[in-house]
Ligand binder design. Structure first.
Ligand SMILES: [Zn+2]
Length: 392
């Protein structure tokens, strides 16, 4: 059998479970197949594609399949164990799923694409209706301490000023990135040459994106707001934190020079510092974070990192067990079918290939798997889009 070596212990077993999870439709081929075909299908799993059908395997079919596998002689023990794990994962609720995802961070190396895909799986909710019924975070025009109503404090001493209880009652909310009544703008802090994305990287969790720059390059505020923190802080080095009028906070780290002081009002595009390599940094770059109520979320869900422009004017934030998940409002999922490739999917939705790749953290040459879920954001709604699962 041409499969990966079977895992034996706790954490690795959980990882394989996730591989199975992300390959949810790998099992569909087994559904009605006679036992001999099942074994044949297992042979190709892990090597090339396995899927011949795209229906969802029900729990009942999965049980039947497991029963039939157990009658084989010799029984394919590895497959049976993996499928039992898969069966357990399918029954997990969202919080159990998040615990599972968290456990991935204990591993030495995890492929980012896999983590991303698991996140998409866990992110099946909310429905469009839930989003429409959710509250819209209003813009504060409290020019001294924006978002005070939301945060209840204005801390200029620590960038990490908030406890988890601040957002514990939140579920779904919409964050307007631009005030409809104002020309508030958005400015990419530096031109978007991304050297590291948000998420699990090199054995640690990366709470922002890294953007290439030269020392002394201008770093600009992303939105209008007020500087909450400006100073040296641990691995961030020289850091500026701006709180915006919708409650969003942005972090600009590893600066060479800080050009603003706490309390200073800044406009979108206004200078906050000069790029550098201070703090825990190898080579000059900007470490840029986006946070809401102290919880970092992926900036690539808000900004098109290929163009440096906003993906949309509204961001949907969903409180998860440990953070917020962010989606551009109007995004939906596409489930990859047999024979599909990235450029065909981009064409189908009328979106640029590089934007599709950026939104999903994929290279343009990435190989897709059947059943893999891609986030798609298109500006024009058309009838074929109804096939995609509705997301915010
Ligand atoms: Zn970074």
């Amino acid at each position: 059998m041409n499969r990966q070596p079977a895992p034996h212990f706790g954490v690795r077993t959980r990882l394989i479970g996730c591989v199975l999870l992300s390959s949810i439709s790998f099992c569909t081929a087994f559904a009605q197949a006679p036992s001999s075909e099942i074994v044949e299908a297992v042979v190709v799993y892990g090597d090339h594609k396995l899927i011949e059908q795209d229906e969802v395997l029900t729990d009942e079919e999965l049980s039947t399949m497991l029963d039939s596998l157990c009658t084989l002689d010799p029984a394919p023990q590895d497959l049976i164990r993996d499928l039992r794990l898969f069966q357990r994962i399918r029954r997990m609720d969202q919080s159990q799923m998040i615990t599972l995802i968290d456990s991935l961070f204990e591993l030495d190396t995890v492929p980012y694409a896999l983590v991303n895909e698991i996140n998409l799986y866990a992110d099946q909710m909310p429905t469009r209706q839930a989003v429409e019924e959710s509250g819209v975070q209003t813009w504060s025009h409290h020019v001294d301490e924006p978002g005070y109503e939301l945060y209840g404090e204005w801390n200029t001493v620590s960038p990490n000023a908030y406890g988890v209880e601040l957002s514990s009652a939140d579920s779904i909310l919409q964050l307007r990135l631009c005030d409809p009544g104002q020309d508030c703008g958005f400015s990419m802090p530096v031109p978007p040459i991304i050297t590291s994305r948000f998420g699990y990287r090199d054995g640690r969790n990366h709470n922002g994106i890294d953007v290439d720059l030269e020392v002394w390059d201008t770093v600009r505020a992303a939105f209008p707001g007020v500087v909450r923190f400006a100073g040296t802080y641990g691995g961030f080095g020289r850091l500026v934190v701006v709180r915006h009028f919708n409650g969003l906070e942005t972090f600009y780290a590893h600066l060479h020079r800080i050009k603003v002081a706490p309390g200073a009002e800044v406009d979108a595009g206004e200078l906050v510092g000069l790029g550098g390599s201070s703090g825990h940094s190898t080579g000059s770059h900007l470490h840029f974070e986006t946070r809401f109520k102290g919880m970092p979320f992926d900036p690539s869900r808000m900004i098109d990192l290929t163009t440096g422009e906003l993906l949309g004017d509204t961001l949907v934030l969903v409180r998860t067990r440990s953070s917020f998940s962010a989606y551009p409002k109007g995004a939906r999922f596409h489930t990859v079918a047999k024979g599909e490739h990235l450029s065909a999917i981009a064409d189908q939705y009328g979106v640029p290939l590089d934007a599709l790749c950026s939104l999903n953290g994929l290279s343009q040459r990435a190989r897709l798997r059947v059943g893999q879920r891609l986030m798609v954001l298109c500006s024009v709604s058309s009838s074929h889009l109804a096939e995609g699962s509705a997301l915010p």
